[in-house]
Design a protein around this ligand. Structure first.
Ligand code: UDP
Ligand code: MG
Length: 325
């Protein structure tokens, strides 16, 4: 097949119930576009029949490229692998669970053709549980402040990127990276379009509350040193306050005598514990950055590709396309 114009990159993790409909709807949307396209599906170590389904489908449809991980590395690693394997001038990322309707792809492509480097999307009428939506809203605000990148919806993976941006992303050797924010750092013209959002009809969300918190912490520490500065600021304010407090305690003791000072012992305890907490927090935060440096220095690959299926033929590893170190 000649190099496609449009690549759709989709991470797949235990999505056997969604795959048939997904492939069907993708075909129905992309074929009428009349542009050469490919769909890169990255199997992120699924434990269900996802891989078998993908293998079957790719034997029938030459548009499908399947990248198969040897185990689960997470959604973002999967998208990176897709970026390395894809060849299109315009690259669209999409979730496999049909929450982002594939029918929205032409809208993104049209917007890209107006000359943008990155087209994001905002989920209107988002169909997720209330708690999840509230958490996302807080996360969006925090991320905007910490990273200095203004996106209205960081969580929405239905996004389009131009080839040069994808190349920079695939080449960046950061261990843990958050693709939408990273892309906007390297893109010239960025815009957003509203897209529809569906409920998940099959299978459960792969993100627990804990995983979301981890992701957010990752995001904050990989894109800014704001948390470090913030703790330093807290430290300075604390010290000034504690000097003031000490003066008051000394003055009180001089004026009211020893008995007053003894009854202040418990206040002191409270203070000491408070400072202990602040210190531990600061140390933990430092540890997070140091740990990040350690991971980076080891330079481990972010994922291992077992096989790549192209034109219905399986090849071991990245299948001739450059893969991670
Ligand atoms: N996913 C993945 N690896 C994982 C977790 C998720 O490839 O470890 C894929 C999943 O198959 C889906 C997408 O990432 O295509 C988004 O996952 P999910 O729908 O569970 O996230 P949510 O919509 O709840 O944010
Ligand atoms: Mg989903």
């Amino acid at each position: 097949m000649p190099d496609p114009y449009l690549s759709v990159v989709i991470p797949v993790f235990n999505e056997e119930e969604n795959l048939p409909e997904l492939l069907d709807r993708l075909n129905g949307t992309l074929a009428p576009l009349n542009r050469p396209y490919e769909v890169v599906l990255v199997n992120d170590g699924s434990r269900d029949r996802s891989l078998a389904l993908l293998q079957e489908a790719s034997a029938r449809d030459p548009h499908l490229v399947v990248v198969d991980f040897n185990r689960n590395y997470g959604q973002h690693a999967a998208v990176f692998a897709g970026f390395e394997a894809c060849r299109g001038e315009i690259v669209v990322t999409l979730d496999a669970d049909l929450q982002n309707p594939p029918e929205e792809i032409p809208k993104l492509v049209a917007k890209m053709e107006e000359g943008f480097d990155v087209v994001g999307s905002v989920r209107v009428h988002r169909q997720d549980p209330l708690l999840r939506r509230v958490a996302s809203r807080i996360i969006n605000r925090m991320t905007a402040v910490a990273t200095g990148v203004q996106l209205s919806d960081y969580g929405c993976m239905l996004r389009a990127y131009r080839r040069p941006v994808v190349k920079v992303l695939a080449g960046s050797r950061e261990i843990s990276t958050f693709i939408p924010v990273l892309a906007d750092l390297f893109a010239g013209r960025v815009t957003e379009v509203p897209v529809a959002h569906d409920e998940r009809h099959h299978g459960a969300s792969k993100y627990s509350l804990w995983k979301l918190i981890r992701l957010q912490f990752d995001l904050m520490t990989s894109f800014s040193v704001l948390p470090l500065r913030f703790t330093m600021g807290v430290g300075v304010v604390m010290s000034i306050l504690s000097i003031l407090l000490a003066s008051i305690l000394i003055a009180g003791r001089l004026i009211y005598g020893q008995s007053w000072a003894v009854s202040g012992v418990f206040t002191l305890f409270a203070l000491v514990f408070f400072f202990l907490g602040v210190q531990l927090f600061a140390i933990g935060l430092l540890g997070e950055y140091v740990g990040r440096i350690y991971q980076q220095v080891r330079g481990r690959p972010r994922f291992v590709v077992r096989q790549t299926i192209r034109d219905g033929v399986a090849a071991p590893g990245g299948g001739g396309v450059e893969t991670a170190r």
